[in-house]
Design a protein. Sequence first.
Length: 343
Amino acid sequence: MSARMVVDLGRILADIDVLRGRIAPAEYMLVVKNDAYGHGVDRVVAAAAAHGVRWFGAFDVPMGVRTRAAAGPDARVFSWVTITQPEIEVALEAGIELGVGDTSYLEDIATVSAGRGAPVHIKIDTGLHRNGVRPEAWPAFVTRAAELEESGDIRVVGIWSHIAETSDEDDDLSRAAFLEAIRIAEDVGLRPQVRHLAASAAAFARPEFRFDLVRFGAFSYGIRSTGGPELEGIAPAATLIATVSDVGDSAVAVSYGYLDGLPSTLAGRMSVGTPAGPRLVREIGPATMLIDPWPGAAVEDEVYLFGPGTRGESSVTTLAEAIGTVGEEIIVRVSPLVPRIYI
């Protein structure tokens, strides 16, 4: 058997419960970009919605449409990538709330909406420079947003931003800029329902960054930050499993077929979980890896390539740290041809 990824939906819901409890009374948003970080957006969203999750962050419109179908009509779906006018129409038809970070995009939405009151979340650039209206342009931007709201073309339901999460000092400056942006928006008559600034790491650690709503991505799936501590009560929900295809005197071959998820640079730097505990990976090829042997190894034995550590395997973040990247990159590179098995 080739590789398969076992996704524990109950574990995701348990992680969500920990995060919701941590940030209360702020609301929780489940971010499902990149096919729910490779876990499968349709099943993850359906389970989360049935569990009471009300907000979903879908990044782009195609993922937002899938999220809407899985979550049902009562969920709030937020998408923040800038899109064309035809895509705006698709988003509005699906009831997707759009993140807006520049004036031309705001005008495009108003044109397509044409009196339908498209729900938007306007974005201030608080220093990360990942989209967003620059502070010097913000007063004119919110003034125009208020005009478009008065004409019925948009509804400003949120004000938001991203932060760098590189240091407390930088994040504090971003928070101050965010608060000033809210004040300016309110001075021109805007009354957003939600303000959201922080994603997983900052919101988990610092209450003052939670505001009304927190966007949780990786933490919702048990993926901790690179270089960050283990998260109490949170564990990985996905386990990537492959099988032994050949047993030699000096090495065991593990076949995973279509994978794409484990960079060859991890060879010599990662261990996998076997029936006898962790074993070092010696070589990673396009469809097979070689690992250290163990007594009694047999063809079709299961080998855990990453997961929660039940057999001694590493988490995706531990793997990422070995090669200077992030756990999200490791897991989203697992090919969609690898079957997802839900438990």
